[in-house]
Design a protein around this ligand. Structure first.
Ligand SMILES: [Zn+2]
Ligand SMILES: [Zn+2]
Length: 230
């Protein structure tokens, strides 16, 4: 089995994360992962990137976390791919498949309403998933669900409780959506990790997306042994 993280945050590009490249790489290697998809908060989320910069510079800032992790990880045998987490009033979406050139070419996407953004990304073939759809928090005025606008649901998210994840499971089943797991990790001491596991090793994000779409990738949960060792 090969295990891939689908949802994690670096301190370079996500203002809420404490995870530097070295810690992140050690954490995933010690936990037996083959690869990770870095999904820092996009420019409408909790980003470190100043909104006063040009669009091109903002996209470069968004990619900084991924690039730093990738540079270190490749030497150590961990595969690193890049996704993003888009935010709308505390309702979050993960998108997989876009690259830096695509994002740089489409500054107009920030003016789209959330459903138009999802439709736009999906029209380009990217995999859009609603993250932790049943999360509640003080800054989220209500739970918003977009099952008809997404291809998948993040179920489980190992930073959320069982009820949140069970409800996500029901939503995915009722709408016939793909299921992916993600840790949504921001700190090395998070107790439980998640992701998807495949029987086939993948070498690119496109291959991982293909496995998810064809039923070859299943969500899993595991204890974080890196936190235990500390
Ligand atoms: Zn965050
Ligand atoms: Zn997240």
């Amino acid at each position: 089995m090969f295990r891939y993280e689908m949802h994690c945050h670096t301190l370079y590009s996500s203002a809420c994360s404490r995870l530097d490249a070295q810690t992140m790489i050690r954490l995933y290697l010690e936990n037996g992962y083959d690869g990770i998809v870095v999904t820092d908060h996009f420019l409408n989320g909790n980003t470190t990137v100043s909104s006063g910069l040009s669009w091109q510079d903002r996209i470069d800032g968004f990619y900084k976390g991924f690039e730093l992790v990738k540079e270190e990880a490749t030497k150590q045998g961990l595969k690193v791919f890049c996704g993003l987490e888009y935010s709308y009033l505390g309702t979050d979406f993960l998108s997989y498949g876009q690259d830096k050139a695509f994002l740089k070419a489409h500054p107009e996407m920030m003016a789209y309403d959330v459903r138009s953004w999802l439709a736009f990304m999906r029209s380009k073939g990217f995999l859009c998933v609603q993250a932790h759809p049943f999360r509640e928090a003080g800054y989220i005025d209500h739970i918003r669900l977009y099952p008809s606008d997404c291809e998948g649901i993040e179920t489980p998210n190992s930073a959320r409780d069982d009820r949140c994840n069970r409800l996500g499971e029901v939503l995915a089943d009722e709408y016939g959506l793909l299921k992916i797991g993600g840790s949504d990790i921001h700190r090395a001491d998070q107790k439980i990790l998640s992701g998807v596991e495949t029987s086939k090793e993948v070498f690119s994000l496109d291959e991982l997306i293909f496995e998810i779409r064809s039923g070859g990738a299943k969500p899993f949960l595991k204890e974080n042994v890196f936190a235990e060792n500390k």
